[in-house]
Design a protein around this ligand. Structure first.
Ligand code: HEM
Length: 320
């Protein structure tokens, strides 16, 4: 009988989590991010509408346009996994603020996360690990479904989030990205408002069937975005959901009701690839790199991510 591999009753260390992520990706891939290994970076501008300015003092959400750098990625930690794989995609945005600092916003193509705590995440990652040396969960190897079912059976509240099917997008420019966690906006008087962000493509969402995707090149999402940008700009709207008093801010597996008020904070226009892919590939995006006017919520996964990303950055910088 399959065993549930969640032995991390207490908070795991960042090294334990990254070790587990490496196992899920069929081993460490030298010099690569331990998640979202394959990606490409682009440049553009973000224009705030000003509608958020009454709720946060953040520099990029006032009236002034700011440059952005964006990395799109395929979430697997194995850089050989093709873009047709049924995995989430990532959009990591760095806003270059008027005061010379920067702040990051990371999103993926599903609205809720698969774990409420770092311990649950590592338990799931262990359950998903493929046979050793088999190339990663979505490479040539497959997880033991009995082990995955045992994990879900022991964590029934995660069944819905784990069963989410991420879309296989036609384009990075035709899929929505959710930042998932709650953040707290702070206004000029210190009042706080919990929010959640979503990027929505102005061209509308469009996905491929698995059969259509199978016929595409392994890097079709990057190639397609270059072609799309050669024809014109690619725009995303930034929508922000405003929590009401009882909406949970600590659990990334629970969405807030759809009828919550939403404002349009601004729009992002991509203009082309960055000149220095090598530099940006080596950069570290971090969801906890917020700026004045924005605070982290009480979500333990959000806080933990910073340590895991630092561990991954350290390993890939060592070319390990
Ligand atoms: C316990 C939860 C999580 C862990 C341990 C984790 C871990 C990681 C690691 C190790 C990396 C590579 C970092 C690097 O080398 O720079 C990464 C990248 C990424 N993660 Fe997560 N992650 C978690 C949750 C999430 C969530 C909830 C999101 C949704 C917004 C997300 C979105 C991303 C994106 C977009 C990237 C690529 C960033 C880039 O392009 O540099 N992750 N994650």
């Amino acid at each position: 009988m399959a065993t549930v591999a969640n032995t991390f009753e207490e908070q795991p260390s960042a090294a334990q989590v990254v070790d587990s992520m490496e196992r899920m990706s069929g081993g460490a891939h030298a010099g690569c991010r331990r998640s979202s290994a394959r990606g490409a970076c682009f440049t553009g501008m973000f224009t705030p509408t000003g509608d958020a300015a009454a709720l946060t003092t953040a520099g990029h959400l006032q009236k002034q346009r700011v440059p952005v750098t964006v990395r799109f990625s395929n979430s697997d930690g194995n850089p050989q996994v093709p873009d047709s794989a049924p995995v989430t995609r990532g959009m990591a945005v760095r806003f270059h603020l008027p005061d010379g600092r920067s702040t990051d916003l990371l999103g993926i193509t599903v609205p809720v996360f698969v774990a409420s705590t770092p311990a649950e995440f590592v338990g799931l990652t262990e359950a998903l690990r493929p046979d050793p040396g088999s190339g990663g969960t979505w490479g040539t190897g497959h997880p033991d479904m009995g082990r995955v079912q045992a994990f879900v059976g022991a964590h029934p509240h995660l069944a819905g989030p784990i069963m989410q099917q991420p879309p296989i997008p036609e384009s990075y420019g035709r899929t929505a990205f959710w930042a998932i966690h709650a953040f707290l906006w702070v206004d000029a008087d210190g009042r706080k408002q919990a929010v959640r962000y979503r990027w929505e493509p102005a061209a509308g969402r469009s996905e491929l069937t698995a059969e259509e995707a199978a016929g595409r090149a392994p890097d079709y999402l990057t190639v397609e975005l270059h072609e799309r940008l050669a024809r014109g700009r690619v725009t995303f709207m930034l929508y922000v959901q405003l929590a009401e008093d009882d909406d949970p801010t600590h659990d990334p597996t629970v969405a807030w009701p759809e009828e919550r008020k939403e404002l349009t904070a601004g729009w992002l226009e991509l203009t082309g690839p960055v000149d220095d892919q090598g530099h940006w590939e080596g950069e570290r995006f971090d969801p906890t790199r917020v700026t004045g006017g924005i605070e982290l919520s009480d979500d333990p996964v959000l806080a933990f991510r910073s340590f895991a990303y630092a561990e991954s950055f350290h390993r890939r910088s060592e070319k390990a």
